[in-house]
Design a protein around this ligand. Sequence first.
Ligand code: GLN
Length: 485
Amino acid sequence: MHTKSLTELSIDLIQQKLSSTELTQHFLERIDLHRQLNAFITVDAERALDQARAADRRLGRGTPAPLTGIPIAHKDIFCTEGMLTSCGSRILSNFVSPYNATMIEKLRQQDTVILGKTNMDEFAMGSSNETSYYGPVANPWDESRVPGGSSGGSAAAVSAGLAPAATGTDTGGSIRQPASFCGVTGFKPSYGRVSRYGMVAFASSLDQAGPLTRSAQDAALLLQATAGFDPRDSTSVDRETPDYTATLTADISGLKIGLPKQYFGQGLDGQVELVVREALAHYEALGARLMDVDLPNSALCVPCYYVLAPSEASSNLSRFDGVRYGYRTQQYDDLTQMYAKTRAEGFGAEVKRRIMIGTYALSAGYYDAYYLKAQKLRRLIADDFRRAFEQCDVIMGPTTPTTAFTLGEKTDDPIAMYLNDIYTISANLAGLPAISIPAGLSGDGMPVGLHIIGRYFDEPQILNFAHRLQMGTDWHRRSPPGYTS
Ligand code: GLN
């Protein structure tokens, strides 16, 4: 049951070969069996089974939506009514949300089941899930390694078959990098495609929600259910949502794949490159054309991001002050001390580092030198893509320079950690859609992701390319050893 695609599961549900209650029970048992992965922060079995029974009634009435009865795991960054929404932080460790994020609401309208809330780096800051207040998540392919981050719990859950699909968010790579490390499909849509309402904000001009699934086809189904204009998110774009499943199998012959030389240079692991080149050869065999493109400002993406993202974070996180909701320190003498102690105790080290960097970059004396400069760079980076996409239809490369690293390996070296997102950050800076799909295994048996970036709002093209590889290969069907049955 846990290796089936969403399409297969929904057919089984609609034909009533399987009930949502049975399906939900199955995944709840698997979550329990593999608790050591620490993929979930909250699981509410009773509530999930209630939702499953309601879905079964709808299925029985013959009025299901495409995903009715499907259990889905949600990153603990999405506000979920009546459930803990911790964002991986102590400061929200007692926050029960009074409302649903639009992402959750849209999926609930179809009567999908909330299987649980997945573990994540604190406030989505991290690339390894090690900054979570709830402890690290293990990579199901090798439990001594990280699952990636910040949507590490979601990626590990899908990879280990603890959930058929999950939601995530991506500010600089947090859907795609963990998808790559855990051998699943992770899709960051264009900025504005999916509502951010009710999604705890990290860096608002970069944050985007998206699916982590077993295939591109499943990603298309989840995107279909969640994309679209939301009047409650001023950055969501009022543009028609296409039928994402309609063009999955379209012919790609004659289409052009741009290969930035900057994505195949120094720092790229040889095994990762090999796997990516094999996938590229597959596309060539399907008639696509490979061509070189130039993204001259690529090297500036990481520094640019680490000025802008912390700046926005320092502002967004100022709301956590112990006054209205969340954690409040036990003892204090006055208001100022209450603020200071609450934040000192409530935030972890990485979050504090970012707040300090951001506050510094935005301060009157340094604003022009850092923040304004980074904004200008961001424009140059977006222009690089605009020019590249005048020549090619999609851009491809590795999702990450290496496969998953070991737990603890980079925790003392923030810069080494930040460099994980060297290939993924640019898509956020430019607002472009991008996917990571499993493309093979490296010599040490760890999954390698292929990264496909598309034009603004060209999700169909990306899904088409991703699906075409998955039609001809079975990398996306592989389960980690130990999780096959
Ligand atoms: N790893 C990056 C960071 O730490 C990206 C995180 C994300 O996409 N949320 O900021």
